[in-house]
Each structure stands twice: as C-alpha cells, then as structure tokens.
Design a protein around this ligand. Structure first.
Ligand code: ADP
Ligand code: MG
Length: 335
C-alpha cells in the first residue's frame, strides 16, 4: 500500500491584509494531479481568475498525466510516436534540458523502471536486480526525439512528467493570474508553492516548509514572486521486508535514491525549473547539490539530511526561520 502524506507544505493564508482589506479576495481548493491544491488571490476579478486557473490545471493534468488513458503522454507512451500540443512539446524540451543541466539526476524517462516498482499502480513490489538492469537501457534519453510538435520514442521508452508537471502547472497559473492583472496570489499544488507579488499590504507571503517528522512545519519562509518546491522520501513510499522504498529514483541505479537526504526544497523564480531541481537535488545528495549551487547560484535550497542536519544556502537563510521546536537542529549555511 502506497503511503501518501498531505499536505506537503503548510501555507499560512491570511486575509487580503489590513491595508487592503477592501480588495476582493478569492480562495479555491480541489483535488487534481494526484494532490490537494489550494489557491488564494487578491484583487479585482480574483474569483473568476481562480476559476479559470482551476480549469487550466485540470487541462494540464489531462495533457500530462502518465496514467490517464487519454492524456497526451499516455497516448505517446503507448504509440511511441505522436503529435502533441505545443505546450507538451515545449515542456519535453525543457525537461530534456533540465536533465542535461543536472547531469541526469532529473530524468523524465524513468517510467518503465518506476512501474517495475509498482509506483502509479495499485501494488508495489521490489524488482530483482536483473529486471532493473534489463529496463535501464530503455531510459536512455537518446531514445527520445522531438521535432516541432512531433515526438518519437524508441520502442519500450516511456516519458513521465511526474517530477515537473505540478511545477509547470503552478507556473502557468501564476502567468495567467498576472495576465489578468491580479497583483497578489499564492498557489499550492501539494507542496509546489508559488507566490505572486506580496500580500496586498506589501508584506511577504509566509510559507511553512514541510517537516519530515510529522510536526506541523519545519519553519517559515518569507516569499514574494517565486516558486518553492519540496521533494521528500517521506511523501510517497511503500514498505517491504521492513524497509521503506520511496518514489524518487536514482536514474543511475533504477532504485530509490539513497543520497543521505530526507528532503530537498528548492526556490527559484520559475515553477517548472524549481520542481525539476528539487527532484534532482534530492537525487544528488548534499555534497553534489552544494557544488552544483556554487557553480550556478541562480537558485536556492534547503536540504534535510537523514542525520537531521539542515543545509541552507546563504541568501535563503536570511529569510527563513526554524519553528521553535526545531531550534536545536544543526544548521549549516552554504556559502
Ligand atoms: P512529488 O511528485 O511527490 O512532488 P517529485 O517532484 O520529486 O515529487 O517527483 C517525483 C515523481 O517524479 C515520481 O513519482 C516519478 O513519477 C518521477 N520521478 C522519480 N524519480 C525521478 C527522477 N530522478 N527524475 C525525474 N522524475 C522522477
Ligand atoms: Mg519535482
């Protein structure tokens, strides 16, 4: 039985704030993309805009889901060759570039291996070494080609946007709200949080990062205009022979990544990129992730190790505060 914990990030929603208490405020929550989604927006037309965002999220799921039989990804995986929408083709190009950038840690074609473990199916199991070894060659990215809106997969290869779809949908939501003139909003797709602007009184949104230890939240992050995404081993997993197996695979081994991390939170200005990076950093582990950050410095992270240590990049540390009950954790600021 697959365990599945919600919500993944606590978000502190406050009203449309004292200074702008006359601004219309809308809220909406629903289930889609296999997770609980909640949104709040402040400003003229907020209610109608959120209704449209909900439709856009359902539409994104209908395009990108790997399990819905009519989705573009499902049809492409089954046929091996298909025309897809421009949005899906662009997301595939972006996913391939993220894989390249992260040296394969983010890998959008692990589906044959993922299903061998039974993730996304009703029953989970531990595949044999031989079974994994036989499937890994199918995940080679050279087996994918995308020209315009046409995608071809070498037989046996299957795409999976599970680690990027919610981030892409969150990004689309924010861009859409912006286009409707909404100045202030927060969208939470089961742990993929995006903030638009600040709260209407000008103070930052406050986002509670998930605690892997069951407490309400690990700490609070002040946030404006960005995406905050957490990937964790405690979110979706199954147990067999007393061992836990989680859903983030190390593309090199085809097994749940054992990188010494319990979770990886990433912050950047783009939702899809943040989602891809949170998965990638979880696979990399603390040391590689810190080296990667030092080379790039165009994102921030907060990592929690299995030894209960926190590593946080210096810019993020300035606006993050641990909850009182976690003040005794060891925190290393990465510079
Ligand atoms: P969640 O979907 O729980 O928020 P992630 O964004 O980390 O977490 O995505 C995990 C999902 O992505 C898995 O369920 C699987 O579908 C897929 N996946 C697993 N390992 C990888 C990987 N190394 N790179 C890309 N996608 C992955
Ligand atoms: Mg992800």
């Amino acid at each position: 039985m697959l365990k599945f914990l919600l919500p993944l990030l606590a978000v502190f929603l406050v009203s449309c704030a004292p200074a702008a208490k006359d601004a219309p405020r809308a809220e909406r929550s629903f289930f889609a993309m296999d997770t609980y989604i909640s949104m709040t927006a402040c400003g003229d037309g907020a209610d109608a805009a959120l209704a449209e965002v909900q439709e856009r999220i359902h539409a994104a799921e209908r395009r990108l889901s790997v399990t819905l039989p009519d989705s573009e990804i499902h049809r492409l995986n089954a046929a091996g060759d298909a025309d897809v929408s421009p949005e899906t083709a662009d997301l595939l190009r972006f996913a391939l570039s993220m894989s390249d950038e992260t040296d394969g840690a983010f890998h959008p074609a692990l589906y044959p291996v993922l299903t061998a473990w039974g993730f996304t199916t009703p029953t989970q199991r531990v595949p044999s070494d031989e079974e994994i070894a036989a499937l890994l060659p199918l995940t080679d990215l050279s087996r994918i080609s995308v020209t315009g809106n046409h995608v071809t997969l070498t037989p046996g290869t299957e795409l999976d946007f599970g680690a990027i779809a919610k981030g892409a949908a969150g990004e689309d939501a924010i861009q859409f709200l912006k286009s409707r003139g909404i100045p202030s909003a927060l969208v939470n797709l089961g742990g993929n949080v995006q903030t638009l602007g600040a709260r209407p009184d000008g103070s930052p949104w406050r986002v509670g990062l998930a605690s892997p230890w069951g407490a309400e939240y690990l700490g609070l992050l002040e946030s404006k205009d960005e995406a905050i995404v957490t990937s964790g081993s405690y979110q979706r997993f199954f147990e067999a022979d007393g061992k836990k197996y989680h859903h983030i695979l190390d593309p090199a081994s085809g097994r749940p990544a054992e990188s010494g991390l319990v979770s990886a939170t990433v912050v950047t200005q783009n939702g899809a990129r943040t989602d891809a990076l949170s998965t990638a950093l979880f696979v990399m582990g603390a040391e590689k992730a810190a080296g990667f950050w030092r080379r790039k410095r165009n994102f921030d992270f907060l990592l929690i190790t299995t030894g209960k240590e926190i590593l946080i990049t210096a810019p993020l540390a300035k606006r993050f505060r641990l909850a009182d009950e976690f003040q005794n954790l060891k925190v290393t600021v990465v510079k």
